[in-house]
Structures are given as C-alpha cells and as structure tokens.
Design a protein around this ligand. Structure first.
Ligand SMILES: Nc1ncnc2c1ncn2[C@@H]1O[C@H](COP(=O)(O)OP(=O)(O)OP(=O)(O)O)[C@@H](O)[C@H]1O
Length: 569
C-alpha cells in the first residue's frame, strides 16, 4: 500500500487546498501493518492524486494509520508535526489548531453573543518560556482543563456530537483562510466569529458533514459561506474557468433568502475567484443558465427553480463538492423534501452542511440517513426563541385584532418602526396593509409569494432604507431573512407551528440586539397554545390569564407523535 509523506521543499503555511505546487512528497510504501518498506522522493506532479479534501479519503482499515484530525486513513504524514494525516484539508486544520493554541493576547471585544463570564484570559493564553501558559500556571483549575476546547464550548454553550470534532476557533485569522477573504470579513465588520461560527467554520473546513442549530440572527449564514468561499478560492481561478462546473450549491426555501445569501456571498467573496449564480423563480432562466455555464463557485437557489433548470438543460453537477441546506427543517419536510432529495441524488457525494434555528428529531434522523459521519453542533437552547426577543402575548379575539394592531401602530409608546407584521394569507397581507395605511396613516406595504420578484425586492429595499415603516408579510419573510434594523415583530396571525413562530419572532433581533415580539393569540390557535405556553414559560415571558385559563380548561391534542398532556399552572 502506498503512503505519501508530506514534506515542503519551500514556502510556509499549511497546505491550503490546491496550492501544492511548491511541495515535494516523499513516497513510501507502507505495509498494511504500518511498517515502512521503502522511501523515495517524488515530485509534486507525480503525486497529483494527493487527497485534497478529507471527504475524498477512505475509511481506515484495522491496523492502518489513522488521521489525527478525522480518523480516516492516515495516508500522509504532516511534515510539520509528524502526525498521520489523510489529506491537505486535515493538515490545514491540524496546523490551524496548533496556530490557534499559540495565538497572542489581544482579543477583539467579545460580541454580545459571548456570555459575560467569558473573559479574554479564558479565550487566549500566553505561552511563557517553559511552554506553560500563564493562566495554566496561575489558575489551572479555574480556566484550563486538559481540554481547553471543551471548556470554551461549555462557556459558549456550544454542544457537539460526532467524531473528531475540530477545536473551536477564536479568530477568523486562525483558520488559514485566504488573505483576501480575511480582509473581506474584516471589511464586513466581523471582528470575531460568533459562537456558531467558531465551531462550524473549522469543522466545515476539514470537510465534515454538519447539522447545525443555533438561534435566529446568530450568524449561521457566514458560517457556511466562509468555508465555501475558502474552498472556491483555493480551487483557483484558472481551473474554475476551464472546468466550468459549479463547485458548490446552497438551497434555501425562499427567493428572499436566496437573494440575501447571494448578497452576503458577494460581499465576502469580493476580489476572489468566486462567482455566484442566483437560481430563483421570477428571474429569467436564460440568464441564470448562462451564468452557470461560465463556471461559478456557488449556485444559490430554491429547489423548485433549480429542478426546473436541471431538467431542461444539461448542467454538469459532478463538480459540486459542498451542498448547503439552509433552513434544513423546512427543506427536508413537507413540500421540499422530494425536490431536495432529487437534487442531492444528482450530486456525487458532496460534503453536506445543514442549518436551522429549529431542528426537530425527525429531521435529525433524515439528515443522518442522507449522509454519514455527521457532526451535530447546537448553540444555546435548541429549538427555543432567541432570548434577546422579548415576547409579549396578548389575548385578542379575532374580530378585535385589527383594532388592536391600529392602536399599537398609533401609539408613540408601543410602535417601534420599522416593524414586521406577520399574517397567515396573501390576501390577508394585502388587505391588512391597505387598512393600516388608510386607518393609521402609517405607510404599510404587503409582501408575499404572489408578488413579482422585482416588486418584492423593491418593497424590501424601501423598508430597509426607512421609506416604509411597516411591512405586512406572510411566511416568505419568516425564515432566515436578515432584516437589519427591525426590532419589532407583530404576530397578527399565529402560524401553524411553534417552529415557524420561533423563526418569525427571530426577525426582531440580530446578533443579540434586543427586540420585541407582540403576539396575538386566541381560541382559534387552540392547537398550538400548549406548546406556546411552554415556550413562553421557558422564556420567562408574561402569560395572559385567558391563555392560562384556556389551557387549563381541557386537554389539547398536540402535534402528531406527541403525547396528549394537560397543563396545570
Ligand atoms: N462575526 C460576525 N460579526 C458581526 N456581525 C456578524 C457576524 N456574523 C454575522 N454577522 C451579521 O449578523 C447578522 C445575522 O446573521 P445571519 O443572518 O447569518 O443570522 P442567522 O443565524 O442565519 O439568522 P436566521 O436564523 O434568522 O437566518 C447579519 O447581519 C450578519 O451580517
């Protein structure tokens, strides 16, 4: 069995994807029991098949060396550490981990998402001359356990499940990302990674399949965009323009979310060999096809339009190495499931990154049956509303809801524009937005799936720049859309599931900024009330007397598969 020993003949750094031109490899034959039989120096060209990504490496057989990072077949030896390693990707991660443990003091301010108990000292520690860290010697028991990564995870409420989970990173710079990408991250104002980014980025960079759940507004988008852009940048401009096959794909449930993800991708990928193609309904298909045919780093699309495109035109998808399912619970359930699976089957075993603020057990099972070796990452309280959103449930009979809304919008004390009002139907959105404008004088526009794409874009723009203080929306704005500046959400019609509720009220806060969700409830929401009460209780929100009475009056049948239960207060 052949094994390659990685030795650098020049140039520093840590492998870094495709840039292995300056490398020489010692080639040696290693018997299955790991004994070295022969060793020779071969040039880089002779070992073009060196595995770039962890995913390309096979599982280790009994007795074979295992990669110290991921546990796959340790085909190579990292020249800088002498460790068994399976690919350039894992080498990069190993070096990144080592660099991380040597980071200097001087942490950018912790973001609002870091718990106040996290101090700089706990994140970074300085090695003194004998190799022991200061904090190690001063307060070993308090700050540093044998596993600082674990301590950090506990502090940040990061839970991980799975094998060979890379250590969380504390700065974007510790990940061997392309320099230009680091500059773009800085230019975007991201001083340090948010907790979900700290764990998900290094895990994605080593090629792991991920199932990630973290609060709404906690920075999940960048946690999959950064690894994708890094991968594409390392893939190389020339290779991409020759190959003309897409390298990665991001699927989301709504056009709005796709547009926003593409905008963020462009921002972070600026100046890099990284092109995007937006594949959503409402935009002409010819233009989308043309873009893809030029060779793109990422296709960002909704499943329906993508399938349409793939069935009509011959698009080679075997270059897609990373697939992201954003809002995965939505993507693997109900209407989207079959379409997503159809697309997944058309790809050749990509790395799969799945994200949502709400991931129920059945979705976890589906994800595990799609891909093996998943790392599950959850940050904070899974499936619960963002703690930064103050929930104010109000018991309002259906006939009174409009008046109550008008009262709020006309009250200087209670109306905090820009605000999003969520309703249950397209017609309802149109009618209510007109009524708001006419009755209160506050300009309101509606947004829903029936409106043309161009109009939807324009409405969101005018809302975000402050020309329109109120948007009345259906679920199209409920998931994932980053409405910066919005601090008030009014749930006029309670959605059918608590998951959607969690996503909708999540629009009121980004990155831990405080927001408010006013929620109208009444008997008509009977099915969802017990779960809502649980959520409100766990969030410490006030619960209206009528809601309590309504729940204690009888036993509600709750969601499928759940036991019937009584609520007592
Ligand atoms: N490291 C960071 N530092 C500062 N701002 C960040 C950082 N990462 C992301 N952001 C910003 O935080 C906001 C929320 O991020 P994002 O939309 O990715 O949240 P999310 O977790 O995907 O939320 P949702 O579940 O609602 O989709 C965005 O405006 C984004 O630009």
């Amino acid at each position: 069995m052949r094994a390659l020993l990685l030795t650098r003949s020049g140039g520093g750094g840590g492998g870094g994807g495709g840039g292995d031109k300056g490398m020489q490899y010692k080639s040696s034959t290693v018997a299955a029991n790991g004994n070295e039989e022969e060793e020779e120096l071969v040039s880089c060209d002779a070992v073009n098949d060196v595995k770039k990504r962890c995913w390309d490496q096979r599982e280790a057989l009994p007795g074979e060396p295992r990669c110290v990072v991921c546990g796959r077949y340790g085909e190579y030896i990292c020249d800088e550490t002498d460790d068994d390693i399976c690919s350039l990707e894992c080498k990069q991660n190993l070096l990144c981990k080592i660099a991380n443990s040597r980071l200097p003091v001087g942490l950018p301010h912790p973001t609002r998402l870091l718990p106040p108990t996290i101090t700089h000292d706990e994140c970074f520690y300085v090695r003194d001359s004998d190799g022991k860290s200061k904090s190690e010697s001063e307060s070993e028991s308090q700050y540093l356990t044998n596993d600082p990564s674990e301590l950090l995870r506990r502090k940040l409420k990061i839970n991980v499940r799975g094998d060979f989970v890379p250590a969380p990173i504390l700065s974007f710079a510790s990940c061997n990302l392309p320099q230009k990408l680091l500059q773009n991250i800085e230019a975007a104002g991201y001083e340090m990674p948010t907790p979900v980014q700290m764990q998900a980025i290094p895990a994605a960079l080593v090629g792991k399949n991920l199932l990630v759940s973290a609060d709404t507004g906690s920075g999940k988008t960048a946690s999959f965009l950064v690894p994708i852009i890094s991968y594409c940048a390392n893939f190389g401009r020339e290779k991409l323009s020759n190959q003309k096959k897409p390298l990665s794909m991001i699927l989301t449930p709504t056009r709005e979310l796709c547009i926003q993800v593409e905008e963020q991708a462009k921002l972070l990928g600026k100046g890099l060999p990284f092109k995007t193609a937006l594949v959503v309904g409402g935009d002409p298909m010819a233009g989308q096809l043309h873009r893809i045919q030029q060779g793109v780093g990422v296709i960002i699309g909704t499943p329906g339009r993508l399938i349409d495109l793939l069935t009509k035109y011959d698009i080679e998808l075997d270059g897609v190495s990373i697939l992201v399912l954003d809002e995965v619970d939505c993507m693997l359930q109900r209407g989207f499931h079959e379409q997503v699976m159809q697309i997944f089957r058309a790809l050749s075993r990509p790395q799969v990154l799945m994200y949502s603020a709400t991931i129920p057990k059945e979705v976890e099972k589906m994800a595990s049956s799609m891909v093996k070796d998943i790392i599950a990452i959850s940050v904070g309280r899974p499936n619960k509303p963002n703690e930064a959103v103050k929930q104010l449930p109000i018991w309002v009979e259906s006939k009174q809801k409009k008046k109550k809304l008008f009262d709020i919008l006309m009250s200087k004390q209670h109306f905090m524009p820009p605000a999003v009002v969520f309703v249950g139907s397209r017609l309802g959105a149109d009618l209510l937005s007109q009524a708001v404008t006419v009755t209160t004088g506050v300009k309101a526009l509606s947004i829903h799936g029936e409106k043309p794409m161009k109009e939807r874009r324009e409405i969101i723009r005018s809302f975000l720049v402050g020309e329109v203080p109120v948007i009345v929306a259906t679920g199209v704005l409920g998931r994932g859309v980053d409405l910066l500046g919005v601090r008030q959400v009014i749930v006029f019609d309670m959605p059918n599931s608590i998951k959607e509720y969690v996503h909708q009220i999540g629009r009121a806060s980004r990155l831990g900024e405080e927001g408010t969700a006013i929620v109208f409830v009444n008997e008509e929401n009977k099915k969802i009330l017990p779960e809502l009460v649980d959520i409100l209780k766990s969030s410490g929100a006030p619960i209206p007397r009528e809601l309590i009475n309504s729940c204690t009056m009888g036993t509600f049948s709750v969601g499928k598969g759940q036991k019937k239960r009584k609520h007592s207060f």
